[in-house]
Design a protein. Structure first.
Length: 169
């Protein structure tokens, strides 16, 4: 697909901001924080200077403690906090395409279930009893799944695992 020059420039601008915000400023802020805290705080207090005798040891100790701590905090944010739910809510509010995708997929699922039901009725005489039974059970399973699941339900993940196992056979 050929893109307009203005589209390319905005894409470039977006990629630049992502690189700056996610990578450059992260590294720059980490180096800056370590340097400032060591030379303005640790170095000037003898009690802290005993724990961190030089800058390299300070960086190593803070890194060894800080990385697992920050990974844990990140995990809690993504998996356990209400803050992440609020972020997702805001993302859906500000991106109408995500809402449309969700609604469309639900409509397509219901439409497919109805089509399968009608198709099964039409082909009942042309299918073997075993094929009819298999399709009927599948139709029933999908219908029950759609009725029982909730938006924030682990049923989707269980269903994905079941499908994945089916295709691995």
């Amino acid at each position: 697909m050929v893109r307009a020059k203005s589209d390319l420039s905005f894409r470039g601008w977006y990629y630049f901001r992502q690189g700056w915000a996610n990578y450059f400023t992260f590294v720059f802020a980490a180096v800056n924080t370590l340097t400032v805290t060591y030379y303005l705080a640790i170095e000037r207090y003898p009690s802290l200077n005993v724990i961190f005798p030089n800058f390299i040891q300070y960086v190593i100790i803070v890194t060894v403690i800080g990385i697992p701590l920050l990974v844990g905090i990140g995990y809690l944010h993504w998996k356990k906090s209400a803050a992440r739910k609020a972020e997702i809510d805001i993302m859906f509010e500000s991106h109408p395409y995500l809402n449309r995708l969700l609604v469309n997929s639900e409509l397509i699922l219901k439409l497919n279930l109805k089509f399968n039901e009608k198709l099964l009725k039409m082909l009942k005489d042309k299918l073997t009893d075993e094929e009819v039974k298999e399709l009927t059970e599948l139709q029933k399973e999908f219908s029950e799944f759609v009725k029982e699941r909730k938006f924030r339900s682990p049923m989707d993940w269980q269903f994905f695992e079941k499908i994945d196992n089916f295709f691995k056979k």
